[in-house]
Write a protein that binds this ligand. Structure first.
Ligand code: TEU
Length: 585
């Protein structure tokens, strides 16, 4: 178990705020930093150690802030730099940190760097982005004249022609998000100095957007054809390129070396393999502290098309997570997440959001994920079990990736209702409805008109409805966060999967030299009979009890957590006594 020194994130929990949808303080219908400031006490009460804030920098908001036009300014929609300083301070005095989103694979096309770069082929910043002439023998703008056949993540070709200079620029996402050229050392220095500027303001680290895309493999060339679109797959040229390790080590040496060892670096890394993640998150390698892997959130998606749902066996998700636990057991570190601003809601996707099973499945999913070995990431609203919204027509989607997917799908003759069906399940818009604070109008998110429809579930599903209810999803998630800190073995203990003989039921232990925590969970809406050998060294953790267990029968979505005597350091509202419930027989 080579984890290096102990760090706050080993037992810690990070809460992700998507500012546009978190809390609006000025009534314009869009969430803002003032709103975040109002909720700092709530986050402290919840017990989280850090807040990861999705981008609040100046931005045309083409991709809700993931298109940055000034890295050292706050967008007026969200507030001011002075308010961000206030957020940092409000968190600091409560012993929490602010993790900023770092989006440096690309900028906005309105960033002055790009405005300069596109101004002429001779401009000093021309090489800050990735420019190419049209394909050999093609006129600029002719069909298929793009320098390579790649499709972008957002359905269009990955190249857009700049009419004035007659060349194409690369954008792996929207045309408004041109890719920076990391080969150019000036680009890297500009990024590092910007990062240092934020760290000097007291920021506690970065979540690094698509950081495994920054090093491209040259020369760029056509990729294998994709089903449906007629375009090609460029991943061999842009995923995990040959200079990725070098760039990340340079970033470490230029930005983080000599600073507080508690600064965290979380890489968002689509398609990363366990082997790649092991090196990237090994403290000895000086690159990152952990990565977000995508395998467990890809199992219900068509391989070539992440907007198209395919049937998924729930327990395949657990098996995949076990692979990651095992793969990073000796070297590296896991991040643990169910969802974020790009994914549908956890309980609707992995649980059962019917009235009978909603609460128990939300709770049991939290227990299962966050008691594994790694750092817990909870996306806003997931702590209360927020559910997907329903979409009746293609006009209700607003996310750029959904809008482009619809445009491309219709052009290929797909039926609108078929697209609504797919996107209703997979769209990023599911995660972006306003946070449900109460049953008040607009769910207590804004006093004005919310920028995006409030999920009608707000009448019964909200922070207010759950806050003081010890049986609520919120109380459970709070107990899970506390358990991560207060049950010895959960921070650094090994993960050991224990086969149960029934794929619906999972059982795992977390063990260190002295202590053991055991987690049993029924990941189904069925009642399941199961034999787990009793172990009288284990005491049930009452605060984490979910659903019915009697004899050897586990009710729908039931879960239990046991811990060896003495491993319970402290758990708020929890008596440290032997449970009345007999161990499973
Ligand atoms: O997401 C990167 C990414 O891989 C997504 O496009 C992902 O494939 C998709 O959302 C399905 O999960 C990051 C940000 O998290 C996302 O919000 C941005 O749109 C994107 O980068 C571009 O910055």
């Amino acid at each position: 178990m080579a984890t290096g020194d102990s760090r706050w994130w080993h037992a810690g929990t990070v809460y992700q705020v998507y500012p546009r949808s978190f809390r609006d303080s000025d009534g314009d219908g869009i969430g803002d930093l003032g709103g975040l400031l109002e909720k700092v006490d709530y986050l402290h009460w919840l017990g989280v150690d850090a807040v990861w804030l999705s981008p609040v920098y100046r931005s045309p908001q083409h991709d809700n802030g993931y298109d940055i036009s000034d890295y050292r300014e706050i967008d007026p929609t969200f507030g001011t730099v002075a308010q961000l300083d206030e957020v940092i301070e409000a968190l600091r005095v409560r012993d929490m940190r602010l993790i900023m989103d770092l989006v440096v694979n690309h900028t906005s096309n309105e960033h002055p760097w790009f405005t300069e770069s596109r101004s002429s082929r001779q401009n000093a910043k021309r090489d800050w982005y990735i420019w190419r002439p049209p394909r050999e023998g093609s006129a600029p703008g002719a069909p298929g004249a793009e320098p390579t056949n790649w499709e972008s993540f957002f359905s269009r070709p990955a190249w857009t022609l700049d009419e004035a200079t007659g060349e194409y620029y690369l954008h792996l996402f929207a045309p408004e998000q041109p890719d920076l050229n990391w080969e150019n050392p000036e680009v890297r220095q500009a990024v590092y100095s910007m990062m240092a500027w934020w760290l000097d303001r007291g920021v506690g680290g970065f979540r690094m957007d698509v950081i495994n895309l920054i090093s491209k493999t040259y020369p760029l060339a056509d990729g294998p054809p994709l089903a449906d679109t007629g375009r090609g797959d460029g991943r061999d040229w842009y995923l995990h390129g040959p200079r990725l390790h070098e760039f990340l080590r340079e970033m470490h040496d230029e930005v983080f070396a000599g600073r507080d060892a508690g600064l965290v670096r979380v890489g968002e890394t689509p398609d990363v393999t366990v082997g790649q993640a092991r090196a990237l998150s090994d403290p000895e390698e000086r690159m990152l502290d952990m990565v977000f892997q995508f395998e467990h959130v890809s199992l219900d998606r068509a391989p070539d098309d992440w907007k198209r749902p395919v049937p998924m066996d729930r327990t395949a998700v657990y098996r995949n997570l076990v692979d990651w636990q095992d793969g990073l057991a000796e070297r590296g570190w896991n991040s643990l997440y169910w969802t974020n601003h790009d994914q549908p809601r956890t309980v609707s996707r992995f649980g059962d959001d019917s009235p009978e099973h909603w609460a128990q499945s939300a709770k049991t999913l939290a227990t299962m994920m966050y008691l594994m070995r790694g750092t817990a990431f909870i996306y806003q609203g997931d702590e209360i079990g927020m559910v997907n919204r329903s979409f009746a027509s293609i006009d209700e989607f607003v996310d750029v990736s959904a809008v482009e997917y619809i445009r491309a799908g219709l052009a290929r003759g797909r039926k609108p209702l078929e697209l609504v069906g797919d996107l209703g399940r997979t769209s990023r818009d599911n995660a972006r409805t306003p946070m449900q604070w109460s049953a008040a109008p607009a769910a207590g998110f804004t006093s004005g008109t919310a920028w995006f429809a409030v999920n009608p579930s707000a009448t019964w599903l909200s922070v207010q409805a759950q806050h003081d209810d010890p049986q609520s999803v919120l109380s459970h998630v709070r107990a899970v966060i506390a358990a991560r800190k207060n049950l010895a073995a959960l921070a650094l203990g090994d993960f050991v999967d224990v086969p149960t003989g029934d794929p619906r039921v999972v059982l795992f232990d977390r063990v260190d030299g002295h202590h053991r925590v055991r987690v049993l969970a029924n990941l189904s809406s069925d009642t399941v009979a199961i034999d787990v050998p009793p172990d009288d060294r284990l005491t049930a953790v009452d605060a984490l009890r979910v659903g019915e267990v009697s004899g050897n029968s586990l009710g729908p979505w039931a879960s239990r957590v046991w811990a060896t005597n003495g491993s319970l350091i402290r758990l708020a509202g929890q008596s440290n006594t032997r449970s009345q419930e007999p161990p499973l027989a």
